[in-house]
Write a protein that binds this ligand. Structure first.
Ligand SMILES: Nc1ncnc2c1ncn2[C@@H]1O[C@H](COP(=O)(O)OP(=O)(O)OP(=O)(O)O)[C@@H](O)[C@H]1O
Ligand SMILES: [Mg+2]
Length: 300
């Protein structure tokens, strides 16, 4: 009888310990999931026709990822840059684009200002650029790359070698969310870097030329091996705009439709940040962010 009681007691203790263990394991597992979620590593490139809403899209996604606790690197890869001002950076015009840092580029590529030498390092050291030469505001790090130089006669200059190396580094070596606000085209991506882009977002509106540009970009992107290409419809006024965009870009998936917003326009005219000025715009971008996170598994 005594042995039976002992056995029953031991079974109860074992069950109790098992329960505690499973709760502890669950807590740890949940924490691990949280860490994975917080440490998301993703490279998002945003392009589309001029004036279509690339910078609005970049700024909204950057700000959403940052607010959710992700580490974010914003890259203004458009020479006509306005990402810093859309993100509310102070004195955005004082930010010196990397391409204008002549001394730095000269030192890293082995050239001097005004030096017409034909030889320079094609793979200069750039690993310190994101941390040492970025500017920070509200927890967001931003690099203004500036534009690639025109290359007459197919020549390749040291500034372009530097920017190309930097772009490759940002896409392949950084372990945070990197959002590239690009020029209307994606010519500066190549077969070597396309692989590292988790998702290319082409922003369009219901206008014929932006849809035409989207098709050209999609063709080029597919040719260089970019696997995950999605569309965002911007300045959408009604169902007709939505249908027009969906049909025109088919079979590319449209991740979301951003409404045409008086508040966004007004903020832009005043040169103010577009963050939080329109709830509907923000809600749609939140949904788009969720679909982007789902793309990591589906496309790559
Ligand atoms: N959904 C919207 N509703 C109202 N205005 C918008 C919307 N999206 C963008 N805009 C306005 O359209 C203009 C162009 O937007 P934005 O700068 O984001 O485009 P872009 O593609 O980055 O342009 P660029 O090619 O010149 O870099 C801005 O004045 C912006 O405020
Ligand atoms: Mg822009």
């Amino acid at each position: 009888m005594k042995n039976d009681e002992n056995l029953g007691y031991r079974v109860l203790v074992t069950m109790y310990l098992n329960k505690i263990c499973s709760v502890v394991l669950k807590i740890n597992f949940d924490n691990a999931l949280l860490l994975v979620k917080e440490g998301v590593e993703m490279k998002i490139a945003i392009t589309g026709k001029g004036g279509v809403g690339k910078t609005l899209t970049s700024a909204m996604l950057i700000s959403i990822f940052q607010k959710e606790g992700h580490s974010v690197l914003a890259v203004d890869a458009d020479p006509d840059s306005s990402l810093a001002s859309s993100l509310g950076f102070h004195n955005p015009n004082d930010i010196l684009p990397i391409v204008n840092m002549k001394g730095l580029i000269g030192e890293r590529t082995g050239t001097k200002p005004g030096d017409a030498r034909a030889f320079f390092k094609l793979n200069p050291y750039v690993s310190d650029i994101p941390d040492e030469f970025s500017v920070q505001h509200n927890g967001i790090k931003l690099i203004a790359m500036g534009g690639f130089k025109e290359e007459a006669g197919g020549c390749f200059c040291s500034e372009n070698a530097f920017l190309k190396t930097l772009l490759r580094h940002l896409l392949t070596k950084r372990d945070e969310v990197v959002v590239l606000d690009m020029e209307p085209g994606i010519e500066h991506l190549s077969r070597g870097t396309a692989d590292a882009v988790n998702v290319l977002l082409i922003v369009v509106d219901a206008g014929k030329s932006s849809l035409e540009t989207a098709r050209k970009i999609q063709k080029f992107a597919t040719d260089i091996g970019l696997k995950c290409i999605k569309v965002i419809g911007n300045r959408v006024r009604n169902e007709e705009d939505k249908n027009l965009i969906t049909e025109a870009v088919s079979p590319i998936e449209v991740l979301g439709f951003i409404p045409d917003s008086e508040e966004v326009r007004a903020a832009d005219i005043k040169g103010e940040s577009v963050m939080g000025v329109d709830k509907k715009v923000e809600e749609e971008f939140l949904k788009i962010k969720e679909s982007i996170l789902r793309q990591i598994d589906r496309c790559n």
